[in-house]
Structure formats: C-alpha cells, structure tokens
Design a protein around this ligand. Structure first.
Ligand code: PGA
Length: 259
C-alpha cells in the first residue's frame, strides 16, 4: 500500500517563533512510521529543522528556484534547502501559478533541480483533464503534468508526489466531494500509467488539496486513490491539525483492512 502523507501548507503565515513552537509541539505527536509534514515560510525552515532534531516530522519548502544556486535574486536555492535538512518542496502551487505566473516549463526545471539534490518534489496541479479515446479505450490527458513530467525517467517519476488541488476548492468554502477527488486522482494515475507504466503509477502518491477540514478529511483520504492531503487554513491551528492527523490514521487502517 502507498504510504499516506498529510501536509500543512501554512502559506505566508506564522513567524519563526510560532513555526518553531508548532513544530516542537508536533514532533512527538507524529505517529511512528507516518508521513506528516509542514510547509512553512522559507525563513523558518532551518530553525524548525534544528528545533526538532531527528524527529520524523517532515519540514517542507513552499517553493524554490530553478537553479541550484547563482543569479536568481529573491529565490530559494534547492541546494541550500537540502543542506538545511528540508526533505520536500511544493512546486507549482496554484498561488504560484496565478500570482507569480509560473509556467509549466519553469516548474519542470525546478522539479529536475530538486531531484538532483535529493529534495522530493510535490507537484501541485489544478487542471481538468482532457478525455481521449484511443482504440476504444478511455485515456486522460493532463496538460500541466504532461509538460512538467516530460523527460523524466520512470525511476525519477517514482520519487515524485502529486497534489491535485482544484481551483474551485483552494481557499474556498467547500472542498471537492470525495467522489470528485477520487475520480480525478484515479485519472491522474491512469495518465501516469500511460507515460511511465502501471507499476510506477501504482507507486506514486497522489494527494488532494483544497478546503480540507477536520470535518471532511476522512471522506476524502479514505478514497482508494487519494493518498493524503495538503491542508491550508485548517492546518494553522494545532488542535485542528492533530485531529486531522488522527482521522487520516483511521482512514489508513481502514484501507489496510480492505486489502
Ligand atoms: P486551503 O488551502 O486548505 O486553505 O484551501 C489548500 C492549499 O492551498 O494548499
């Protein structure tokens, strides 16, 4: 079974001290063997990592530059992220695409650099699929993902995590329904299978993001093709985040029992 992943995306919230305190409070609360992470502001990442020592809590960047180092004023070096103990980086979040006009080409370069330095890319995508019929079979084409992932080997693809975040649900009042989340995550998996083979597609983790709350998380992450959640607003409060980590564990146990 794919290992589920639950991630807090704090966006431009919480100062260094608040971030460190939250991470310290979380470090012992991460259930053994579970993937739980926090994507905090770049300024806080090093202090958070240092504060929690070898805790399995993942410290995640929200963005990075496409070059490992050099002349990209204002960007965050992936090489430095790796050096600071950052294990994952969100790339291509909807807000990066809308507010900072990041293109698929640019995101693709960032993915390649992250892989080069051993930082796992979590590629966010908000797009709807195009449905095509080939030899009487339905296939799904995702323009953003296809152009970002082109050129990767199946071995590299295995290291990628995808987060499906529909535009209508990010920062909104309502999440996508569990059915919509499941259907799209399944279609993304089919599309990965078309490009990289079924074995790779079965291994890649696909998360859902967009208005996840303690009330709706169970229905979403208990879907067979949804391997976790990327949570914005509802992750800012520690009790709310812990509650969601617990729901997510229950969902995982249920999925295991169903195998
Ligand atoms: P939200 O944000 O949970 O506040 O909708 C999700 C995200 O943007 O990752």
């Amino acid at each position: 079974m794919r290992k589920p992943f639950i991630i807090a995306n704090w966006k431009m919230n919480k100062n260094v001290q608040e971030s460190v305190e939250f991470a310290k409070a979380m470090q012992n609360a991460v259930p053994l063997g579970e993937d739980v992470g926090i994507a905090a502001q770049a300024l806080s990442l090093y202090s958070m990592r240092a504060a929690i020592g070898d805790s399995p809590l993942r410290i995640i960047a929200q963005n990075a530059g496409s070059q490992p180092a050099g002349a990209q004023t204002g960007e965050i070096s992936i090489e430095s992220l790796a050096d600071a103990g950052v294990s994952h980086v969100l790339l291509g979040h909807l807000e990066r695409r809308l507010l900072f006009h990041e293109s698929n080409e640019e995101i693709g370069k960032k993915v390649a650099t992250a892989l080069q330095f051993g930082v796992t890319p979590i590629i966010c995508t908000d797009e709807e699929k195009i449905q095509v019929t080939i030899d009487g079979e339905q296939h799904y084409f995702f323009h953003q993902l296809t152009s970002i992932l082109q050129g990767l080997s199946p071995k590299q693809m295995r290291r990628i995590i995808i987060s499906y975040e529909p535009r209508f649900a990010v920062g909104a009042k309502q999440a996508a329904s569990p059915k919509v989340a499941e259907t799209t995550c399944w279609q993304i998996r089919q599309s990965i299978a078309d490009h990289f083979g079924k074995k790779v597609a079965d291994e890649v983790r696909i998360l859902y993001g967009g208005s996840v709350t303690p009330q709706n998380i169970y229905g979403i992450v208990s879907q067979p093709n949804v391997d976790g959640a990327l949570i914005g607003r509802a992750s800012l409060d520690i009790q709310s985040f812990l509650q969601m980590v617990n729901c997510f564990q229950t969902a995982k146990r249920q999925k295991l029992a169903a195998i």
